[in-house]
Design a binder for this molecule. Sequence first.
Ligand code: PEP
Ligand code: MG
Length: 755
Amino acid sequence: MRSTSGGPRVLLRRLRETMAEQVSAQERLDKIVVLIAANMVAEVCSVYVLRVDNTLELYATEGLNRDAVHMTVLSAHEGLVGLVASEATPLNLSDAQSHPAFSYRPETGEEIYHSFLGVPILRAGNTLGVLVVQNRAKRTYVEEEVEALQTTAMVLAEMIASGELAALAQPGAEPAARHSIHKTGTVLSDGIALGHVVLHEPRVVINNYIAEDLPKEIKRLDAALVKLRADLDRMLERGDVADGGEHRDVLEAYRMFANDQGWSHKLHEAVATGLTAEAAVERVQSDTRARMLRSTDPYLRERLHDLEDLGYRLLRQLVGQDHAPSREHMPDNAILIARAMGPAALLDYDRKRLRGLVLEEGTANSHVAIVARALGIPAVGEVPNAPGIADPGDAIIVDGTSGSIYVRPSTEIESAYAERVRFRARRQAQYGELRNKACVTKDGQPIELMINAGLVIDLPHIEDTGSAGIGLFRTELQFMVSASLPRSSDQLALYRTVLDAAGNRPVTFRTLDIGGDKALPYMETVIEENPALGWRAIRLGLDRPGLLRGQIRALLRAGGGRSLRIMFPMISEVAEFDTAKAIVERELTYLRQHGHTLPARVDVGTMLEVPALLYQLDELLSKVDFISVGSNDLFQFLFAVDRGNAKVSERFDTLSSPIMRALRDIVSKAKAAKKSVSLCGEMASKPIGALALIALGYRSLSLSATAHGPVKAMILELDAAKAETKMAEWLAAPAGSFSMRQKLTEFAESEGLAL
Ligand code: PEP
Ligand code: MG
């Protein structure tokens, strides 16, 4: 290494001694900058700390004017220091003043220094400050020096994160490490929760950063790498790659990285600077995380995630900490934070203590979001660097109404939210009072309100909403939350439990709607360019009839002696319905021949989700016992907008006249054919959507349990005949009045309906 005195190992040893000294925080910082400057043969060493007001304050310096300490404050993007902070990468310049970002602060006296090396002070992907060395001579710092400074920055990161520096700050200008954070993501599940952070994958706690015996640390690192590679090989060879929900391709990617010389080299380099093996892994992780946060390329981000996961495995191996978070130590109001999470993992937590969920990934249609909604836990997804922005035990608010989260909120924010929670609880209690009231409009028209369900945890909602039954039971959820294909006995047991819970109320079971975006981890995945239009739902069921037959048999057996309703998803032509219904007939014959008790009655119907069915309605209605409109898919196919793609999913209004006309045709034809018709898409779960549907003539809706109260409250105040007359007028008007939202809102206002 060039011209450093003693190298990074000596520096780290001295730092360790300084950290252990009983001195004030300022004295410690002052000593540290002197040590670094001497060790790196630099004339200047300065520490800038990122403050809550998003500025960078000079906290200590060797070489610059000492009067500037705590006086020089840069905006977060100002100058070279700001650039290092905002880019979260080192900046190594031989002639700093010729850099376009250079900004001159006379009070520091730094104009005489030409070369500049700045590194971010990073912790869990967050920038906490910037560490800088400068030299008078024009020189480029060599790779080893950059490494050494980054390593030193890690020690400083721990010091800042410990809160030790807060005593040196003016009120309102504290270090940002522990400041309030407000982030916005996407709503996964409605509701508001206040609680304390639990990290789904707890950060591995490193107690010892600085190596005492270097050869020993290298040996530990090598041994951990060998074990990591062997574990991955074994998992891949065993073939049971579904284990733990991991896909083969993810494991393959892990193995590739684990054998990557670049990664191994970086880890060894970090140890060579004097870190312990675990601290070296964290150093490299910190870079990976910072790169990931800056990268906008989804493929690269995915690979960096893989690399990060792999680093965690290695860390756990070195520190010997268990993978699973300690559930016993869950606070009573736990808010779970994870990068990504499967539905089964969420169900593993104690429901009574779980109040909310925050994910770095996860969209509204993801399985974990479905489970969060079923559990009634507010959840927000797509929060950048979610696991890095809070420490376990931090106060946090999850606002699943707007998609906001607040970490370490101010008392004002906290009390405002506490008030909103009380308000919502009062309103919930009011809805509860409607539970036993007949669901009839003000002008006496009965409306059947049912719930959408899919998991055992949904079943109590039948009772607590006072609903008329289950209008859509999504059977695929059992398959999606299982680690392996549910056996027929598991399916049978679930369907029986559901029918028992419903008692005399009807349950409409939808056969498996898998494929497309609803992939099962244990089934061979077929890569498709357009999964929503691909090999899914009934298409898959008819092509692989074994699975469908088995499910239908389980349904028919569960329905023995009672009424049963079976519904097929994604039917596109009448012939598909005929084939699927023939399977039901065949299974009935089989069960009869084998002496099973048959259902007292079986109704067979279809979802209406594919626009082609709109032009086969007469024939279809002559064959089905009932239809249920899947407005989520019908909308996406009518408008050709991907319902899961945030860029386009809101582009057109679900209350637009083309949709209204399609829905009107369906309900009027069904009525003429004397077939029951319902709607089970998200539209029915919004009071304004339900209002539109009743105005179109729908008298049966299936909605999420949480929407039951607000929708019922609206119905009880509604004059349905008046709404129908209005809707007929609006539909007859010439095109141009595209969305009906405005008209419906005005109508609701004039009628005093709460939407
Ligand atoms: C729909 O498409 O409207 C529907 C209810 O089905 P899913 O949301 O499960 O696709
Ligand atoms: Mg659908």
